[in-house]
Design a binder for this molecule. Structure first.
Ligand code: NAP
Length: 268
């Protein structure tokens, strides 16, 4: 179809998703329309360039409908590594709609000499692990998912999140902030609040990694919540690799010209 642009849906909510939208428009904007989707979890999200839609789709079936109605050609799932439901819905909906889908998943943090990690499978295990690690805890989990820690009334929690925490309120202090965070600031935060232990997800990525470096520098234990199971392929680990996946699925310039009208046909 002349003038038709390939329609890319980016499932977002991460810094990589914004960077990907920017780079995809800069590099392929003449052939590619970018629609970014946000869950609507934060009140003041960073808006990527291009079209933006906000709110859930209504499960895998809703996403499948959206793909058909919006004529989406490619899905790039750049949600957070712990957005397990969206990840699974993207796999199912894209397969059913026959739309190629790729997962952008940043690499995990690697354990380094000096790290004191206690790896656990979920929030309940994380709360249980805290019993012997000291009573002043930095919960680097965002404002949700705090219920498991409410059962530890003897602990004091430093909670940092983009938006104020939802109930239940736990004993401690809330700090509103948006990353990325610098190592010196993370170290100061841990020292100022006399933190004994850090709880976080195995999110990976440089922007969120400074707290791990600060904990290592101070010899503090980190309760590290393991990631949900890996998604099916294709999976790429960087924005650059995601751009290559997109590029390989765009029509070449010659194909676009071949689709364009060539003027009146010869009468013969
Ligand atoms: P989730 O548990 O996998 O998803 C829950 C539901 O939220 C999904 O079923 C979907 O609703 C909706 N949803 C999630 N991501 C969406 C998107 N990009 N566009 C439209 N709807 C979306 O995800 P979550 O852990 O709640 O995370 C929500 C959002 O916050 C994600 O976009 C994620 O990238 C971002 N985020 C999450 C974390 C984290 O630690 N989990 C950290 C930073 C950012 P429907 O079923 O109705 O479609």
């Amino acid at each position: 179809m002349p003038g038709h642009k390939t329609r890319l849906l980016i499932l977002g909510g991460t810094g990589e998703a914004v960077a990907l939208a920017r780079a995809a428009i800069a590099r392929f904007g003449d052939r590619l329309a970018v629609i970014s989707s946000l869950a609507g979890a934060t009140a003041d999200p960073v808006r990527p360039p291009g079209e933006v839609r906000i709110g859930g789709f209504g499960g895998a079936a809703g996403l499948r409908r959206f793909l058909a109605e919006q004529g989406i050609d490619l899905v790039l799932d750049a949600t957070h590594p712990f957005a397990a439901t969206m990840q699974a819905n993207a796999v199912e909906a894209a397969a059913q709609a026959g739309v190629p889908r790729c997962r952008l998943l940043r690499p995990e943090w690697r354990r380094q000499p000096g790290d004191r990690w206690i790896e656990v499978d979920g929030l309940a295990q994380a709360a249980a692990a805290l019993g012997v690690l000291g009573s002043r805890v930095f919960l680097a989990l965002g404002g949700r998912d705090l219920a498991a820690f409410a059962a530890l009334p003897g602990h004091w929690f430093l909670v940092r999140a983009v938006s104020p925490p939802q109930s239940p309120v736990i004993n401690g202090l809330f700090v509103q902030a948006r990353g990325p965070f610098a190592l010196a600031d993370e170290r100061r935060l841990l020292e100022e609040h006399r933190i004994d232990a850090v709880v976080c997800r195995q999110s990976g990525g440089a922007g969120a990694g400074a707290k791990i470096d600060a904990a290592r520098a101070l010899g503090l234990p980190v309760v590290m919540i393991r990631r949900p199971p890996a998604p099916p392929p294709p999976v790429v680990a960087s924005v650059e690799a995601a751009l290559e996946w997109i590029a390989a699925r765009l029509p070449a310039w010659g194909d676009i010209e071949a689709l364009a009208p060539t003027g009146p046909a010869d009468a013969g």
